[in-house]
Write a protein that binds this ligand. Sequence first.
Ligand SMILES: O=P(O)(O)OC[C@H]1O[C@H](O)[C@H](O)[C@@H](O)[C@@H]1O
Length: 557
Amino acid sequence: MRTPVDATATPAWAELARLHDDLNVDFRAWFADDPDRAQRFSLAAADLYADLSKNYLTDEIKDALVRLAEQVDLAGRREAMFAGERINTTENRSVLHTALRLPRDASLIVDGVDVVQQVHEVLDRMYVLADQIRSGEWVGITGKPIRTIVNIGIGGSDLGPVMVYEALKPYQQPGLECRFVSNIDPADIYETTHDVDPETVLFIVASKTFTTLETMTNARMAKNWLLNSLQTSGIIDNTDEARAEAIRRHFVAVSTNLEKVAEFGIDPQNAFGFWDWVGGRYSVDSAVGLADVIAIGPENWQSVLAGFHAMDEHFRTADFSENLPVLMGLLNVWYNNFYDAQSHAVLPYAQYLHRFAAYLQQLTMESNGKRTRWDASPVTTQTGEVFWGEPGTNGQHAFYQLIHQGTKVIPADFIAAVNPAHALREGGVDVHALFLSNFFAQTAALAFGKTADEVRAEGTREAIVEARVFPGNKPTTSIMAAEISPRVVGELIALYEHITFVEGVVWGINSFDQWGVELGKQLAMEIAPAVTGDDEALARQDTSTQNLIGFYRDHRI
Ligand SMILES: O=P(O)(O)OC[C@H]1O[C@H](O)[C@H](O)[C@@H](O)[C@@H]1O
């Protein structure tokens, strides 16, 4: 195993430390003195246009960041990932989500198998299913077409599909609805399914492992509910054949564990596989996206995949100094490690992207929230970033106060599309243009602020001048696209996947395992008997846990 380079011991890191100490961030002066700045720090990547000029970036800093990427061998790691080397060391796996979007005529041999062929075989089967459901050819047990898809999955088997479903609403087939159940809180499955018609529902059980407690519990509840409903209404009898037929018509599965799918009772013909070289949070473009494929149709899905691939190509081939995921990843390192930025806001000025931040939380935090490097040695600097956000303009009326005038450095990504899906007007005004005025205004306000003299000039009384000053110099990146199309959604996801990868390489960590989620799961299984009344199990718990379970037991109705 190659030892990770310690980024903090590289000459570029020392150079960055020096540049940090010498830097006096002054966006007003930087832009006034350098008319070319906006242009010079803007770039196109596939169909995205990004303006990095309102970042703590000078030509020298950019060069030093690029040198850092070179000195940690980003190019080598990137090639290792694309080529299918087992860079997920703790699980001894390749990391090949990029193979999920390779075109049909490409080829990538990993362990003697052409993975591109495997990928397209599954895609083709997904497209057949999607067409059958969309056309009404696939019917439920009473011959009615499917109207509601319920995706049961959690984490990577939920957040990606939900986010894309919401993002591409304008591309969906009317009359066909997808719902998503993830939480094991019974409120989730109840609220999501209580009004569903068992004759016209299709459940997708999506789980990479097909062992996840939440998903398997919800899937069993869904199966029992379906069979009971159909039996109670006399549609099927209580024979194994009738039950199997009902499951065959109303359940499909997505998993890498096809044995477990069969054990659950789902027909192997209705199972869509993927591979252990796809991490859960990197799986939305595998069969995990099945609900989305059904919702938007195979043709649009191909555009999503083409978008992913276009960004992969950009990441793989563009010079570091012109490479959007590389530069954005390096900037995140710059803020995280040199400015102690504790969090990173993602603020889409696109209502359809309202689940994007939630999706990114898993992608970035599960990937890079690590304390050891890929050779098990401790990390040498702060890792991980807390990603969060809400769509603009909602955030403006909620938490922007802290970004504008608080004491924390919060780098923020602003995302917007030029053309709306619905061009509405109010009082002769183009409402989307008004919306985007806010997108443009916010990054300007954050960058350039408002001085005390400017506040005074507005006639503000002296006592509150300081409270009304905007210090400015708040770093932002603006990303624009012509529209939130299937292709652009693919590009945006791939952009952030690669940003996450770049950060992971600098920190020397394996961005593809997630051991940190295991302990809680294990303890929950040990604690479950104590909760349901086993006093010996209760006695084995710490006193705080005993106390809390005591409250639970005392108040249980
Ligand atoms: O798809 P599944 O195997 O059901 O896993 C669902 C999720 O649960 C796990 O605990 C991991 O933390 C996630 O990375 C994963 O996406």
